[in-house]
Design a protein around this ligand. Structure first.
Ligand SMILES: NC(=O)c1ccc[n+]([C@@H]2O[C@H](COP(=O)([O-])OP(=O)(O)OC[C@H]3O[C@@H](n4cnc5c(N)ncnc54)[C@H](O)[C@@H]3O)[C@@H](O)[C@H]2O)c1
Ligand SMILES: [Zn+2]
Length: 242
């Protein structure tokens, strides 16, 4: 297996997708054919779906909370948290996962691009999104204790925009001039934005690019290096620090 050497003149941007949590027991979307109890996931993960049937959406997310709560980080999450400890501000993690396992593994310099399963926000008032580990009984929609509006999961749904402030943070890290960039995508099918965009951005700036994935992802040929394998097995052995 190739190893990635990182010295003091290098910074590392890691993008993770559902694949890094598969070994912790959290299924990927493709693993379930894009269906949940025979509903297309768009029904339970879009603003339209929430408008039509908010209690169905809350049943879906209550079930996902119940599924993710007992899960523990695997050696892939732990390796990524170790890299951050070594690199400090020469490191940034961008995750498309909402399961909170990176934080549980100790990652802090992190952008949760698609939100967090254990965070809730109000659809009506401006209160700050808050931690919420509750699972709501079938047929109910939780209401805001401050304004009475419907609460919703703090998740970026299909058709919603990513947080522009977070995208700027990633863009600034990509474009830094003080160090050489290494970009690594892990456990993400890679065909869709932003993963696809990040690899192109990194290459344009002269960065080295790595993909670690169980299957050859759709854009594997856009990366300089492709390591095929399970992230929990590959990541702990992939990087050496000089
Ligand atoms: N854990 C989570 O939080 C979670 C789980 C499912 C879906 N989602 C959401 O659904 C969207 C799906 O996009 P995606 O690209 O992240 O996931 P995806 O399901 O489209 O693709 C996952 C990729 O990971 C690979 N993979 C599976 N097991 C792996 C392993 N052990 N090691 C390495 N690679 C492995 C698969 O081959 C696949 O290419 C995401 O945006 C995310 O928000 C999140
Ligand atoms: Zn409110």
């Amino acid at each position: 297996m190739n190893t990635l050497r990182i010295d003091e003149g290098t910074r590392l941007l890691v993008l993770t997708g559902a694949g890094v949590s598969a070994e912790s027991g959290i299924p990927t979307f493709r693993g379930s054919n894009g269906l949940w109890e025979n509903h297309p996931v768009e029904r339970v993960a879009s603003p339209e779906g929430f408008r039509d049937d908010p209690s169905l959406v809350w049943r879906f997310y209550s079930q996902r909370r119940a599924g993710a709560a007992p899960c523990e980080p695997n050696p892939g999450h732990l390796a990524i948290a170790e890299w951050e400890k070594k690199l400090g501000d020469r490191f940034l993690l961008v995750t498309q996962n909402v399961d909170g396992l990176h934080r549980k593994a100790g990652s802090q310099r992190m952008v949760e691009l698609h939100g967090n399963l254990f965070t809730t926000r109000c659809t009506r008032c401006e209160r700050t999104p808050f931690e919420d580990r509750l699972e709501y009984p079938e047929g109910t929609v939780p209401l805001c204790g401050e304004c009475g509006g419907a609460l919703r999961p703090h998740i970026v749904w299909f058709g919603e925009m990513l947080n522009p402030r977070e995208l700027i943070e990633v863009g600034e890290f990509l474009q830094r001039l003080d160090t050489r960039l290494v970009f690594m995508a892990v456990g993400t099918s890679g065909a869709v934005w932003p993963a696809a965009g990040f690899v192109d951005g990194a290459r344009k700036g002269g960065g080295q690019t790595w993909l670690v994935n169980a299957d050859p992802a759709d854009n594997a040929d856009r990366f300089h290096h492709f390591v095929q394998g399970r992230s929990g097995e590959v990541l702990p052995k992939l990087v050496t620090f000089e």
